[in-house]
Design a protein around this ligand. Structure first.
Ligand code: BG6
Length: 464
């Protein structure tokens, strides 16, 4: 007996720009990811002839997906979360007609998955958009981009209506506050008001996608995708607790709009007090009422919040600008490891929204070193995932409706934050380093066999 329901969707999650490569094949246009060689927070570097970057080939999933899907199937995956590269379908973003070669690529991928009994879950936009839309219209700052996105969404819903029944709109939609080019295609250092205006357009677009999905594929489910940035108060001082409430609302705001269909009072107060006046069209309020069917989120870590300015100033010097939790250990990248936080987050979201939840990213980025026989004994990854999954089981026992779990990067891929290959998440090792050297050959790590057993026993093999 395990807590996990029989139909629990076990699997993994990847994103087009971090695995596919083939950045100029099949008529693909240039995306924001293609001009950010240093990752999602990095500066823009326009492409010049002969330039190359790690993501141009990534792990060559575009050509090697049959082999990779077979390996996922060997682990028993029931679900694979992928994203469609918008630029494969509409290379510049505003063409009247889609690019057939791009559509055909995903058709083949979905067929391959179907042959192995793996259900696809598709993110419409995962940290990339056509660079053409940024250059021509100023990204999501311009309402015109809503129409371009809706055309793209309707196009892929129609094309894949019989193949894809699980959809997500924008990956980690709340990240736009921290990475505006990646999230909403705003260049330079935009003011908060400009970012929220672009976010408003994106929220409207997300709701239009929900509406379109319900019309075109009535038996599909479509969710949002949040970066689950759960924060704890550093102390029980009321000021710290209040500051934490505000900090958590800065990302829950997105969930509130996408799940409840309107702007909450606390954000309106924030706008008033910060001189932010959004241009909202008459019809937008009605459109936002198209709320998501389920909530998906990523979970990697938690952090602490304090009202103490001196401590905050010190934290701003850290990689993540979060006040560290003195009770938690960190990964090699300084991400604090907190399995219990996942149970708290699942319960928080369930209590707030009462909509089914899907953990679509979770995992440990680590430097893997092959032993003398070339094997990777990644016990650290097994222990991280085991402990998090045990807490998912606890949340299910608490009564939370959890649809599934797709671990991040089931195969090593290019990291989003730093565009590194040495930050590995996979059950499957890929022979390629940060400089692009290596055969791209795939091999099974110890965690591959571990995850296979977890899925086969529906979580029964997890160690409490
Ligand atoms: C999430 C993103 O932020 O975290 C992924 O949706 C990303 O695209 C993942 O890869 C892990 O972050 P990183 O920087 O370690 O790749």
């Amino acid at each position: 007996m395990t807590a996990f329901p029989k139909a629990f969707l076990w699997g993994g999650a990847i994103a087009a720009n971090q695995v596919e490569g083939a950045w100029q094949e099949g008529g693909k246009g240039i995306s924001t990811s293609d001009v950010q060689p240093q990752g999602v927070f990095g500066p823009v570097k326009e492409r010049a002839p002969g330039d190359s970057g790690i993501k141009d080939v990534a792990i060559d999933f575009y050509h090697r997906y049959p082999q990779d899907v077979a390996l996922f199937a060997e682990m028993g995956f029931r679900c694979l979360r992928i994203s469609i590269a918008w630029t494969r379908i509409f290379p510049q973003g505003d063409e009247p007609e889609p690019n057939e070669a791009g559509l055909a690529f995903y058709d083949s991928l979905f067929d391959e998955l179907a042959q192995h009994g793996i259900q696809p879950m598709v993110t419409l936009s995962h940290y990339e958009m056509p660079w053409g839309l940024v250059k021509r219209y100023g990204g999501w700052g311009n309402r015109k981009v809503i129409d371009c996105f809706e055309r793209y969404a309707r196009c892929v819903f129609s094309r894949y209506q019989h193949k894809v029944k699980l959809w997500l709109t924008f990956n980690e939609i709340n990240m736009s506050l921290h990475a505006p080019l990646t999230g909403v295609g705003l260049e330079g250092e935009p003011a908060k008001g400009a970012i929220y205006q672009a976010i408003h357009h994106q929220l409207v677009a997300s709701s239009l996608a929900v509406k379109a999905c319900h019309e075109i594929i009535p038996d599909a489910q479509i969710g949002n995708m949040l970066l689950g940035g759960l924060m704890y108060p550093l102390t029980c001082k009321p000021d710290d607790v209040l500051e934490t409430l505000q900090e958590n609302r800065s990302w829950l705001f997105f969930g509130d709009v996408q799940c409840r269909g309107s702007y909450p009072g606390y954000i309106l107060r924030y706008f008033r007090e910060h001189g932010i006046e959004l241009e909202i069209s008459e019809n937008d309020g009605e459109i936002l009422k198209n709320t998501v069917d389920f909530i998906s989120f990523s979970y990697y870590m938690t952090g602490c919040v304090t009202a103490d300015e001196e401590l905050n100033a010190r934290a701003r010097g850290n990689i993540l600008s979060m006040v560290p939790n003195p009770h938690l250990a960190s990964s090699e990248w300084g991400w604090q490891i907190d399995p219990v936080g996942l149970r708290i987050l699942l319960n928080t979201l369930w209590d707030r929204y009462q909509k089914p939840l899907f953990i679509v990213e979770n995992g440990l980025g680590a430097k893997d070193k092959p032993d003398a026989e070339g094997r990777i004994n990644d016990d650290y990854r097994i222990s991280y995932l085991n402990d998090h999954l045990v807490q998912v089981g606890e949340a299910i026992e608490d009564g939370v409706a959890v649809m599934g779990y797709t671990s991040w990067g089931p195969i090593d891929l290019v990291s989003a934050s730093k565009a590194e290959l040495s930050k590995r998440y996979g059950f499957i090792y890929v022979d390629r380093d940060d400089q692009g050297n290596g055969t791209l050959e795939r091999s099974r790590k110890k965690s591959f066999h571990w995850y296979k057993e977890v899925i086969a026993t529906n979580g029964g093999s997890l160690k409490r």
